[in-house]
Write a protein that binds this ligand. Sequence first.
Ligand SMILES: Nc1nc2c(c(=O)[nH]1)N[C@H]1C(S)=C(S)[C@@H](COP(=O)(O)O)O[C@H]1N2
Ligand SMILES: [Mo]
Length: 332
Amino acid sequence: MLIKTDRDGFTHPITGEVTPRAVYQDRRQLLKWMASGAAGAALASWAGREALAQQVQRAGKLAPLNAVRSAVPGAVTMEKVTDYKDATTYNNFYEFGTDKDEPAKNARTLKTTAWTVEVEGLVKKPGKYALEDLLKLAPQEERIYRLRCVEGWSMVVPWVGYSVSHLVNKVEPLGNAKFVEFITQADPKTMPFVGSRVLDWPYVEGLRMDEAMHPLALLSFGMYGEVLPNQNGAPVRLVVPWKYGFKSGKSIVKIRFSEQMPKTAWNKAAANEYGFYSNVNPHVDHPRWSQATERRIGEDGLFAKKRKTLMFNGYEAQVGQLYAGMDLKKNY
Ligand SMILES: Nc1nc2c(c(=O)[nH]1)N[C@H]1C(S)=C(S)[C@@H](COP(=O)(O)O)O[C@H]1N2
Ligand SMILES: [Mo]
């Protein structure tokens, strides 16, 4: 189903899918139309759109990024979408400060024009890819994912982007490429905390090749029907919904294909706390935090119940087989 997202973040069908108003107004015609069977399909598509429209909250004033609704299995949760305001003011983006409100305050200095993503390592087609070309590489899809931070909170965000696999296929990795490394922007002139010692910059994340090729692994250019706000990782970021939020690197400038497992920023900072896999797993606690439950951002009132964290963040049916036979306590 084609969905057009307008500036207010609401979705509209692209012609021909709604019941014509005239049909509703003429009772005889309506009965005939319902008997034809068209009503069932139209009703189902109407219900889906209504659910989506209710979920997507009013966005800001950034450039719209139109998308078709994703048909990838598991890509659209029906849970209530987190308010745009919360998703854009409660952020982890350490290049702009370690407090949750700092990225929203500080990230306006991020320069997102003339952006390129360099592809290197074990691929047939290395090179610098302009953002404009990346945007057009595959149809932009809207996907509503849960995002679970290792700190114990979660959000539901309508991302816009396409499967990482489209880019991987385009650049043609060599047979010995086993991992994909995502290297993000580290510019001390525009990112005030890149000089700090919190992490070894640039912020680097990585996936095993089969993880990167899973259709749910998203290369994201937007959210809430618009381009990404700077604090959420403009102009291009990763979103890997079955892994803790820190695997979803923001403001990517380089993608490297390698045979060896890449050294990731959080693994280098504290190897006993952050493994390479970092799959959401309620049975394996972080040394400092239980991972059994989570707080949904926006539900943090006095009586808000914590939610049970789900295996693979609720994406077990889709991604569980990637880890068949692996000891997930060892490979955390
Ligand atoms: N470059 C970069 N990417 C990053 C981070 C960061 O500090 N720097 N933080 C990560 C963490 S811990 C989380 S939870 C998510 C948060 O994404 P959001 O702010 O869009 O919700 O971004 C991830 N990507
Ligand atoms: Mo996180």
